[in-house]
Design a binder for this molecule. Structure first.
Ligand SMILES: Cc1ncc(COP(=O)(O)OP(=O)(O)O)c(N)n1
Ligand SMILES: Cc1nc(C(=O)O)sc1CCOP(=O)(O)O
Ligand SMILES: [Mg+2]
Length: 596
């Protein structure tokens, strides 16, 4: 295979045609992705596109696969082969040239995960090994430049790389080595993430490298993706405080050589939205989206750049032929728009993870935390806000079928339901669970089963709640798989830790107050609840004797991971479940909004 392929008029025209296919595919893959993410966390970004999004294509999956097939058949010898058949399959391939992060949130590890998540092969040239965790960077060991050169040669000479993405380039020699390697083995696009300082504030490249970045690295970039600090450093300390400043910076950076520039405004002060500015040498595009409130942002820069590289690699067959035309720049822009959407979604999915004790945690590139196998229901800590736990005795007492009680609770504002049917026969319990799921699903309210993993499996409920003498959470996780929610009752710090180790999603802590619903229950009080919450790495729901008259002090204990209250008698041992749930919901909502 020759790089770049011959640029004949015929294959240029074909490439332009195929670019449109690819742009359509990429846009559609974004749409498919959005519909997959079709839940509470989907937030559109306000896009000013250079090419209109083809929103009405219902056959997007066909377009996506067929364009890839065509692209792949072009790979054979740089010209289209006959028909749509693929005689030799080639994976889109990104090579990342970056540093290793031992905590695996950023660097090489983030790049590998991002490419895998986007369906692209990723090879790695490691420039430095860092000792790093959620608190910061504790040590850096730079790989000798001759060995970086050797790694580059090994991969580039053999493995048909489409796109190179650079991250941590810690020395001038390594930048020079990269430049020489890319001259010897040209690739179709280069994405440069000019990593200099980690988000924890640790220096990852000697300041003396700035001149080398300006003089050598930027020239190689098809797209440069600095954050505000990096853009400012590259521009000699220029102040970047507004979107207008970002536009100015993008233009100045563009004049240093990259074909397009993306200045990321995640750190822009006093901005509710995250605003990025893309400049292609002629036009500016701004992409805005509301910020995801989470500590788990470590590695977002590396991930975004890798995703851009991955999307470019997917459309790689036409990159060389149409390079530095408006179409090619559109392709860069679409790659970026898809990458941004992916990163936002991953952050939203991961916002409740607690991993590590430092200020900045990693996120889940594979979106497993809320994956829902097509049920449309995914669990998040916020679902614990008003947790209604059923009791068949109470419903019988008030002459209500279980389904009616569940519907009323949801209409009153319950955010999650647990069927706690201690005396139900198994077959009846499964039928009831299925009937209740039909009620819950349209509202996207998760339905969990108390104690009974068999019933959860048979009914395809959204998860289980287990006590300390029920099936261990670790066993439940093995039986239910990663997608179902598992809650565990915990009264102590040790139990809370074990629940986390076992793979639970949340813990229930109580009894906060004395209760007559559960016999011989130990009361831990508000202090016991607070102790467990502060030690728990998982979101917590409080339970036991909670009702409209005493719920507010529970939420006021001052533990950010206390996400809500679980109630039985306060809603089900009443004449109107809907009225009681509504009343409790509005009290809790008012208390939370006052506290904010
Ligand atoms: C949300 C929630 N928290 C705690 C419990 C109690 O579970 P467990 O200790 O297993 O007791 P039983 O409910 O099985 O009697 C719960 N059910 N829900
Ligand atoms: C099911 C349950 N678990 C508890 C625990 O402390 O783990 S207390 C409890 C009963 C809660 O019922 P009510 O809201 O009517 O007090
Ligand atoms: Mg139990």
């Amino acid at each position: 295979m020759k790089y770049p392929p011959d640029s004949t008029p015929a294959n240029s025209a074909a490439a332009i045609f195929f670019f449109f296919f690819s742009a359509v595919s990429m846009a559609c893959s974004g749409l498919l992705f959005n519909s997959f993410v079709d839940n509470k966390c989907f937030r559109p970004c306000h896009l000013k596109p250079a090419v209109p999004y083809p929103r009405s294509l219902s056959t997007s999956r066909f377009y996506l696969t067929s364009s890839l097939r065509i692209s792949m058949s072009m790979e054979e010898n740089g010209a289209p082969t006959q028909g749509f058949e693929v005689s030799r399959k080639k994976l889109p391939h990104v090579l990342t040239v970056a540093g290793s992060d031992s905590g695996a949130g950023a660097g090489i590890q983030a790049d590998l995960k991002a490419c895998a998540a986007r369906g692209v092969y990723c090879s790695t040239v490691i420039t430095a090994v860092t000792a790093q965790n959620t608190a910061g960077v504790q040590g850096v060991n730079i790989v000798p430049d001759e060995f970086v050169a050797q790694q580059l040669r090994s991969v580039l000479s053999d493995m048909e790389v489409d796109v190179v993405k650079t991250g941590m380039l810690p020395s001038i020699e390594i930048v020079k080595v990269l430049q020489r390697s890319l001259k010897e083995f040209p690739v179709r696009a280069v994405v440069v993430d000019p990593v200099m300082v980690s988000t924890s504030g640790d220096v990852l490249a000697d300041p003396s490298i700035l001149s080398s970045f300006r003089e050598e690295l930027l020239m190689m970039a098809d797209i440069l993706t600095p954050n505000l600090k990096e853009a400012s450093n590259l521009l000699g300390g220029m102040r970047l405080e507004t979107v207008a400043d970002m536009r100015h910076a993008a233009k100045l950076l563009h004049s240093l050589g990259p074909r397009s520039v993306l200045v990321k405004g995640g750190d822009l002060p006093e901005s509710f939205d995250a605003v990025d500015v893309f400049f292609d040498g002629e036009e500016y595009h701004e992409l805005r989206s509301p910020r995801v409130k989470t500590r788990n942002t470590h590695g977002t820069g590396c991930t975004l750049a890798s995703c851009i590289a991955a999307e470019l690699a997917k459309g790689s067959s036409m990159l060389s032929a149409v390079k530095v035309t408006p179409l090619w720049l559109c392709m860069c822009f679409y790659s970026y728009a898809l990458a941004k959407r992916y990163v936002e979604t991953a952050l939203e999915y991961s916002k409740d993870i607690i991993l590590g004790n430092g200020a900045q945690g990693p996120f889940d590139h594979f979106l497993r935390l809320k994956h829902n196998s097509g049920t449309g229901v995914t669990f998040s800590g916020n679902d614990l806000f008003l947790y209604a736990v059923t009791d068949s005795g109470m419903n019988e007492k008030w002459g209500r079928p279980m389904e009616v009680a569940v519907k009323e609770a949801i209409e009153g504002g319950a955010t999650i339901i647990q069927l706690r049917e201690k005396n139900a026969e198994t077959r009846k319990f499964i039928e009831t669970a299925k009937a209740c799921l039909k009620i819950c699903r349209p509202y996207k309210v998760p339905l969990l089963i108390n104690d009974r993993i068999d019933v959860a499996l048979a009914s395809d409920a959204d998860g289980v709640h287990l006590g300390q003498s029920d099936t261990p959470a670790q066993v439940a996780r093995a039986l239910l798989g990663p997608e179902k929610a598992i809650g565990v009752s915990c009264k102590t710090v040790e139990q809370a830790h074990q629940a986390w180790v076992d793979g639970a999603d949340y813990i229930g802590c109580g009894g906060v107050y004395p209760t007559s619903t559960k016999a011989n229950n130990t009361t831990v009080g508000l202090d016991g609840l607070k102790t467990v919450c502060l030690a728990s790495k998982l979101p917590v729901v409080a339970i036991g004797g909670i009702n409209a008259s005493n719920a507010i002090p529970v939420l006021g204990i001052g533990a950010p991971n206390l996400k809500g209250v679980a109630v039985v008698s306060a809603v089900f041992d009443r004449s109107s479940v809907a009225t009681e749930t509504r009343n409790l919901h509005s009290m809790l909502t008012e208390a939370v909004s006052k506290a904010n």
